[in-house]
Design a protein around this ligand. Structure first.
Ligand code: SAH
Ligand code: SF4
Length: 435
């Protein structure tokens, strides 16, 4: 979502007559778009901002703005403690950016709960994959999370606006779109939900792969699985954050499901799509998490066999309900639990990657491999990034047999398909596209 917002900001600034600077030292306008979801992210961004002080001292005419969730949370504090910042904008105030660059200093952090930026066309990254925002905000108030307080209430874009955007992307040569929403299962526009959005997007010419993030186990409609199963363009991949394997901790997190319910959803999904790829988010060291709770998480992770997991130490966040809980798990225990979880999950990934050896996948070529210009990067229908030992044109879909696994990355060779000519692409495809 932050990448999407950064691209919105870039397009607003470009439309106003600016061009992208080659380096930060050459820039007259520097915008730091920020995330506040964990303390670690905030600290990193604060030190990044501090590193700009010397540039402002050398060139006092440059304009420095900080946007996104950190100013929404820290507001005036940022301007007080870092006087070299000219202005700060919350996620709902991005339209003010051009006037702030020209003539306004200050803090603009009003949450509107309606802003969707549907009329704006974000700058786009390299072909062939991109994000499309379907919703903004969140109403869930998981007890550890700051998002509902800094991004406001949940709201969905009109389906025609989204499909129009997807249509333009198809014409521009994009092949893969990922729909975004903090709780994408709640997407709703005048009675139309996520299954409808997915099946309509699958009809768009040029678009070959469709994915969506993030699903919430408490709201997951099994109808989505039917659409995923029936529609060949929809990736057989689901990101379903577990957060904890202990029902007691899930209750304290206000997640709205138990360990049993989560397992039940996974079982139902796997009976429909046996080989679906699953990824998840997990937090360790939430207040009052005991060794027994943690073992339940660990056992569930072993049992479910996730294809990937994003794993975090609990980080107390201002405004959130859990900020009032006593942070009972000390730093060392949090670190040990995180390391143990990463170790277990890494073994699962290794085992699953090895099991792919010899299998053939349809791979969408996403670009030239950075280390070997005679090889390509690609992505399977199961959201697995792979290396293909041939340079094939970006955007092509080829059958690839996996031969080896390096680290966690499967590497393979295209399988010759009778009657199908694949464009070998030594053509660099680095052009940035704008809609
Ligand atoms: N809307 C998405 C996730 C948004 S935040 C969802 O509900 O899944 C991304 C991830 O950051 C969360 O899934 C959670 O695992 C993690 N996270 C959020 N707040 C956190 C906190 N206070 N401490 C540690 N991790 C956190
Ligand atoms: Fe945060 Fe929960 Fe909303 Fe995700 S669903 S953004 S974790 S409050």
């Amino acid at each position: 979502m932050n990448i999407y917002d950064s691209n919105l900001i870039a397009s607003l600034i470009e439309k106003d007559g600016n061009i992208k600077a080659e380096t930060i030292e050459n820039a007259d306008i520097i915008i730091v778009n920020t995330c506040a979801v964990r303390e670690h992210a905030v600290n990193r961004v604060l030190s990044r901002i501090d590193s700009l002080k010397v540039l402002k001292k050398r060139k006092p005419y440059i304009r420095i703005g900080v946007t996104g969730c950190v100013p929404q949370q820290l507001k005036e504090k940022l301007l007080e403690e870092k006087p070299f910042i000219d202005f700060v904008l919350g996620p709902d105030n991005l339209r003010k950016i051009t006037s702030c660059i020209k003539d306004k200093n200050g803090t603009f952090v009003k949450l509107f709960d309606t802003s969707l930026y549907s009329d704006l066309s974000p700058a786009r990254g390299e072909l062939p994959e991109t994000f499309v925002s379907a919703m903004r905000g969140c109403n869930n108030f998981c007890s550890y999370c700051i998002v509902p307080y800094v991004r406001g209430k949940e709201r969905s874009r009109h389906i025609e606006d989204i499909l129009n955007e997807v249509g333009k992307l198809g014409k521009l040569g994009y092949k893969r779109v990922t729909f975004l929403g903090q709780n994408i299962n709640n997407y709703k526009d005048r009675g139309k939900g996520l299954p409808y959005l997915l099946s309509e997007a699958a009809k768009v010419e040029g678009i070959e792969r469709i994915s969506f993030l993030t699903s919430h186990p408490a709201y997951f409609p099994l109808k989505v699985i039917n659409v995923m199963k029936d529609e060949p363009k929809i990736e057989k991949f689901l990101h379903l954050p577990l957060q904890s394997g202990s029902s007691r901790i899930l209750k304290a997190m206000n997640r709205g499901y138990t360990q049993e319910k989560y397992k039940g959803i996974i079982d139902k999904i796997r009976t429909k799509i046996e080989d679906i790829a699953l990824s998840t988010d997990i937090i360790v060291g939430f207040p009052y998490e005991t060794e027994k709770d943690f073992m339940e998480t660990l056992n569930l992770v072993k049992m479910i066999d996730f294809d990937f997991a994003y794993m975090f130490k609990y980080s107390p966040r201002k405004y959130s309900l859990a900020n009032n809980f006593i942070d009972t798990v000390n730093e060392e225990t949090k670190r040990d639990r995180l390391n143990e979880l990463i170790r277990v999950q890494s073994e699962v990934i290794k085992k699953k990657s090895e099991a792919n050896k010899g299998k053939i996948f349809d791979v969408l070529i996403t670009g030239e491999n950075e280390k070997n210009y005679l090889a390509s990067n690609g992505i399977t229908l199961y959201n697995k990034r792979v290396i293909v030992k041939e340079r094939i044109c970006t955007g092509e879909i080829v059958k690839v047999r996996i031969e080896e696994v390096k680290g966690w990355t499967p590497i393979g060779t295209p399988v010759k398909e009778p009657g199908k000519n694949v464009a070998l692409g030594l053509v660099p495809n680095r052009q940035k596209r704008r809609m």
